[in-house]
Design a binder for this molecule. Structure first.
Ligand SMILES: [Zn+2]
Ligand SMILES: [Zn+2]
Length: 386
């Protein structure tokens, strides 16, 4: 093979490698989140807090500009239309109605017809649909603004900057991997724990800085695919292997001994369950004869176990879910008709332990080291570089 042929072969190898690497990953500039997805919205009040909004409906011939603390009210009308009260006028518009930001920085305060605690501010645009007497609200928002909102809702304030970079990278990777989750319903992600919790715009400068410093960073596996970047509050000292809770195990979600999350708020818990209720549960749900159940009135695990019984019939996840316990990393014993549970950790325990990651950040670890501690064999890629 001459030099020219070698160069051509190398060129094609490089092109193939790059397209394999990043062909599957695209970075959308905006994503659509169904907000208030846990409540029924009978009416919605909106107040422009910053910028300028254009109101249009599905027919495209209504266009009204709203700015400066003006209230707009939306109610479902007949034929799945939407009544809009704006500037003292009542309009019946075709669903969906769009509120599109046109100013330099656009955000809007929303108050649905529920408790006042649902009053929240959202960046960028809204799409409001009406069906069967209810409104569905979608926030079309710049990806990184959404990520900042998720970091605020999922990890709170007063954390180390390096932790915010970790949480932003993890949340971004998770969101991009799940983008088709609600495709059939016409939006990308919901705003509940099913996707990731998102309660609107982030107003905490340290979080925005962490998101900005990690912008477009994502976590990929050895095949350059976005990882399933699951996370939880506290692992109790040992994370759970994905194979213990999913049908197939994933190499980067393996069990890790975590020395960092002890002494954090979610590291230990206690609960008590009536002995009779526990035995009823074993009997009714696992068809155990009572004398067999009696043997299961004390249990301890030093390292994480999967099953309560030696026959491997009763997964600890069933017990956690039925009795609403914080984790499956528990021991218990009987006392005065009660089973006293002493547990470690908070959450499912797979992937990144948030409180451990916080402690690592406080101890000077960089974001990529923290991510690679909890997700084994991964790499951080920056999608802006391609
Ligand atoms: Zn969802
Ligand atoms: Zn941990």
């Amino acid at each position: 093979m001459n030099n020219r042929s070698i160069k051509i072969v190398l060129f094609f190898l490089l092109v193939t490698a790059l397209s394999n690497c990043f062909g599957q990953i695209s970075l959308p500039s905006v994503i659509e989140i169904r907000i208030y997805s846990s409540i029924k919205i009978k009416s919605l009040e909106a107040t422009v807090l910053s910028g300028e909004y254009l109101l249009t409906d599905a027919s495209g011939d209504i266009s009204i500009i709203s700015n400066g603390f003006e209230n707009i009210e939306f109610f479902p009308a007949g034929n799945n239309n939407i009544n809009v009260l704006i500037k003292g006028k009542l309009l019946e518009l075709h669903s969906p109605v769009n509120l599109s930001g046109r100013g330099f920085e656009n955000f809007i305060l929303l108050q649905p017809s529920a408790a006042a605690s649902f009053s929240r501010a959202y960046d960028d645009d809204l799409i409001i649909h009406a069906a069967e007497g209810e409104l569905t609200v979608i926030n079309r928002v710049a990806l990184e603004k959404y990520i900042a909102g998720v970091v605020q809702a999922e990890s709170g304030w007063f954390r180390h900057e390096e932790f915010y970079k970790v949480q932003a990278t993890v949340a971004r990777t998770y969101a991009l991997r799940q983008l088709s989750r609600h495709q059939a319903s016409g939006f990308h992600l919901c705003d509940q724990v099913h996707c990731q919790v998102f309660y609107g715009r982030c107003n905490y400068p340290e979080i925005i800085r962490g998101v900005w410093l990690s912008a477009a960073d994502v976590i990929v596996d050895e095949n350059n695919k976005l990882i399933e970047s699951v996370y939880h509050a506290n692992c109790g000292g040992q994370t759970v292997s994905s194979g213990d809770i999913w049908p197939q195990s994933v190499p980067y979600l393996t069990s890790v001994i975590d020395p960092w999350c002890a002494d954090m708020p979610g590291s230990t818990w206690q609960a008590s369950v009536s002995r009779d209720l526990f035995l009823d549960y074993l009997l009714n749900n696992h068809s155990l004869r009572l004398h067999h159940g009696q043997q299961l009135l004390s249990f301890s695990q030093k390292n994480r176990m999967r099953f309560l019984d030696s026959d491997e019939l009763i997964n600890l996840r069933f017990i956690r879910s039925h009795f609403n316990l914080r984790s499956t990393f528990f021991s218990f014993y009987e006392q005065d008709g009660q089973l006293l549970f002493k547990g470690r950790g908070y959450g499912h325990g797979v992937g990144l332990c948030q409180e451990g990651a916080m402690k690592m950040a406080e101890n000077g670890y960089q974001a990529d080291s923290i991510i690679k501690f909890y997700y084994r064999g991964v790499r951080i890629s920056n999608l802006h570089h391609f």
